[in-house]
Design a protein around this ligand. Structure first.
Ligand code: HEM
Length: 441
């Protein structure tokens, strides 16, 4: 589908076959991102990863993401952080018998996990809260369409958009001050802890890992170097890319299970069979035995991809696809929400049916173009393992430790599933539930 929005030409892809052409056959041509004014402000002139234009800088940063920041090894080394934060949330934030705002609890849980993974030892509660608050306001602001991006040559629009820009710049300055303080604290700690600075070990937090690529060390190693400016851009990406996406996924899983009590019962039986008798800890050691729970997560991501249009791409050169000429600089959105509900690929596409994946090889690893919650090709999400480790552990704990009821005698079918518009699509209204603790036999 072609959409002319203002002065910009946009293509929306809504079928698995065409998505495959854009993200596999012609992936290189669509591997860049459009310049988005709001991202220029918030993401340090596109010196991050997610909005960096295709080229050498993006390739090098992407390599650091996949080999260092989000590698299987790094995700494994962050396991104690995830387990501790999830355990604290189960005990400290979920009050038995009371109506709890699960959406808010999950949002804060995921932020804390990512905060500790990114900044490690920085223990400053006030700074942490100020950072979460500013990130939340930035996500809201980014969801709003910038008129200047749509009418790039209009001076009138530039004036109108100026107000939005000023608000974003203020938010960015707040966030930047906190990030710079954190980097400075890391730098001075590394000066006094030479072993840590030189280590490059698995226990380093993400800022430490990125500092290993700063000028002097990178030059000494004859390699690619990054500045503080770029470290702040990548860390901001990780917060945007990793927090809201993971927490809304957990919230959608719980919403679907509340609407589907049979599936809830089956999932709880599975997690309790696996973890009963293992003490109180629902940890990651046995998470791979939760086959049914993982099908539930996969089905939830089919119905509720947190980024329903992925992150926008742009054609680098003119290309002909299926007989249509797509000029250079056309913006492309892949509608993975529609693709996940395409009746040509899915039986009863709107129904929540985790069983559809039993013995099915279709997964979200970017090879199956009918299921693309993480995208595909060169720009596919590099944080899948981090995100899924958080989602699986949190869901397993919620299912193991509590039985859940809707408030006000609400029937499952009456639970509101309205989505809110934004870059990340979550529930319009936070999920409120009443927990009853499970007593293991
Ligand atoms: C449930 C959790 C998550 C979902 C559904 C998700 C989804 C996505 C999607 C759809 C994209 C765009 C892909 C494309 O354009 O083809 C993306 C990109 C990205 N994601 Fe994730 N993500 C998740 C978690 C994470 C986490 C935990 C991190 C970091 C730790 C992360 C970091 C990134 C980055 C850096 C990019 C930009 C990649 C690039 O442009 O090269 N994501 N993500």
């Amino acid at each position: 589908m072609h959409l002319q929005i203002g002065e910009t030409s946009n293509v929306v892809v809504s079928s698995p076959e065409i998505a495959q052409l854009f993200m596999k056959a012609h992936d290189l041509n669509f591997a860049t991102r459009p310049i988005v004014q709001s991202a220029s402000i918030i993401l340090y002139d596109h010196r991050d990863v997610a909005f960096a234009p295709y080229g050498e800088y993006w390739r090098q940063m992407r390599k650091i993401c996949t080999l260092e920041l989000m590698s299987t090894k790094r995700v494994g080394s962050q396991r104690p952080i995830r387990e501790e934060e999830v355990r604290k949330a189960m005990v400290g934030s979920i009050r038995p018998g009371e109506v709890v705002n699960l959406g808010r609890i999950l949002g804060s849980l995921v932020c804390k996990i990512i905060w500790r993974a990114a900044f490690g030892g920085v223990e400053a509660r006030e700074m942490e809260e100020a950072f979460f608050s500013v990130q939340h306001r930035i996500v809201q602001a980014l969801g709003e369409l910038s008129l200047r991006d749509v009418f790039p040559s209009s001076w009138v629009m530039k004036m109108v958009a100026g107000r939005n820009d000023r608000r974003l710049k203020k938010l960015h300055a707040e966030s930047d001050t906190i990030l710079q303080e954190i980097i400075d604290a890391h730098v001075s700690r590394r000066r006094s802890d030479v072993d840590r600075a030189a280590g490059g070990g698995d226990d380093q937090d993400l800022v430490d890992v990125l500092l290993n690529f700063t000028h002097d060390q990178a030059v000494a190693a004859g390699g690619f170097s990054v500045t503080d400016f770029e470290i702040k851009a990548v860390i901001t990406d990780i917060f945007f890319g990793g927090t809201h996406t993971s927490s809304v996924t957990i919230e959608w899983v719980m919403s679907e299970l509340m609407r589907n009590p049979e599936e809830m019962e089956k999932a709880q039986k599975e997690v309790r069979r696996v973890f009963d008798g293992k003490g109180k800890a629902v940890d990651e050691a046995s998470i791979d035995e939760l086959h049914y729970m993982k099908l539930i997560v996969r089905e939830t991501l089919r119905l509720h991809p947190p980024l329903p249009l992925l992150v926008p791409r742009e054609s680098r050169e003119t290309v002909v696809i299926k007989g249509y000429q797509i000029p250079a600089k056309t913006k492309v959105a892949i509608n993975v929400w529609a693709i996940g509900r395409d009746p040509a690929y899915w039986i009863e596409p709107d129904k929540f049916m985790p069983e559809r994946f039993v013995n099915s090889p279709v997964n979200y690893n970017g090879d199956d173009f009918q299921l693309l919650p993480f995208g595909a090709g060169r720009r596919m999400c590099p944080g899948v393992k981090t995100g899924m480790a958080i989602v699986h552990l949190a869901v397993a704990n919620l299912l193991y430790h509590f039985d859940w009821k809707l408030p006000n005698e609400m029937k499952p079918e009456d639970l509101d599933m309205t989505e809110v518009f934004g870059i990340v699509v979550g529930r319009k209204n936070d999920l409120h539930l009443i927990p009853t603790p499970y007593r293991a036999p």
